[in-house]
Write a protein that binds this ligand. Structure first.
Ligand SMILES: O=C(CO)[C@H](O)[C@H](O)COP(=O)(O)O
Length: 229
């Protein structure tokens, strides 16, 4: 099966966890897009009554176009379940997210959710994190200084460019993304603590101790993994 077919498989499988009356966090990315499409079909055909809390302008637009009710994270008293994609998931269920530059809202929504589910194709499952460049969202003012400090620490930073390559990418919050090319992250907790104390860093893409369930798309079908937290 191709990667896109595996993403569709898990996207469609994951909506089985969504029940009538739930408030659901809707992640961002190509895998989530399949999930939101499937959710939209359930809303339309079954009259499923749910509220969505989105993590990006792109997901908000898709959900609204499909007739899914959307509220801000600040307008709901809780989120029952968030379903999101991921860029890497390690053996011990730690994750890197932010490949789609939505890590800030994704982390806000995830940390305000009772349960978090990640849906990925099998290529995202790794032993240790770090082959995927770690995204760090920084405010534009002083970002060059943050970049230089990351360089000195050996983090091999690169500013993320916009799709046309002509300017720096701006997140939904109008910040920049610095990607760190770390190759192998052996101690994610220490790295996360180091990154978040850097002035100018808004958030980083290490999502630690956050996920409850992972659905992995494999050629022989979706595999559901319980992170036991
Ligand atoms: O973290 C994310 C966006 O910020 C995405 O969930 C992550 O990049 C996975 O994306 P895709 O499903 O397109 O592979």
């Amino acid at each position: 099966m191709k990667q896109d077919e595996l993403k569709k498989l898990v996207g469609e499988k994951s909506v089985e966890w969504i029940k009538d009356g739930m408030t659901v966090g809707l992640g961002t990315g190509s895998t989530v897009k399949f999930m939101v499409d499937a959710l939209g079909r359930r809303v339309k055909t079954e009259g499923l009554n749910i509220t969505g809390v989105t993590t990006s302008k792109a997901t908000a637009k898709q959900a609204e176009d499909l007739g899914i009710t959307i509220k801000s994270v600040d307008a709901v008293d809780h989120i029952d379940l968030t379903i999101d994609g991921a860029d890497e998931i390690s053996d011990d269920f730690q994750g890197i997210k932010g490949g789609g530059a939505a890590l800030l809202f994704e982390k806000i929504v995830a940390t305000n959710s009772d349960k978090v589910m990640w849906i990925v194709d099998e290529s995202k499952m790794v032993k240790n994190l770090g082959a995927f460049p770690l995204p760090v969202e920084v405010i534009p003012y002083g970002s060059q200084k943050v970049f230089e400090r990351f360089e000195k620490k050996g983090y091999q930073p690169t500013f993320r460019k916009s799709a046309d390559g002509n300017s720096l990418l701006l997140t939904d919050s109008e910040n920049y993304i610095i990607d760190l090319h770390l190759h192998d992250i052996l101690d994610p907790e220490t790295l996360a603590a180091d990154l978040i104390k850097e002035v100018g860093v808004v958030e980083h893409g290490l999502f630690l101790n956050m996920v409850n369930t992972v659905i992995v798309g494999r050629s022989d079908g979706p595999e559901v993994l319980d992170a036991h937290r």
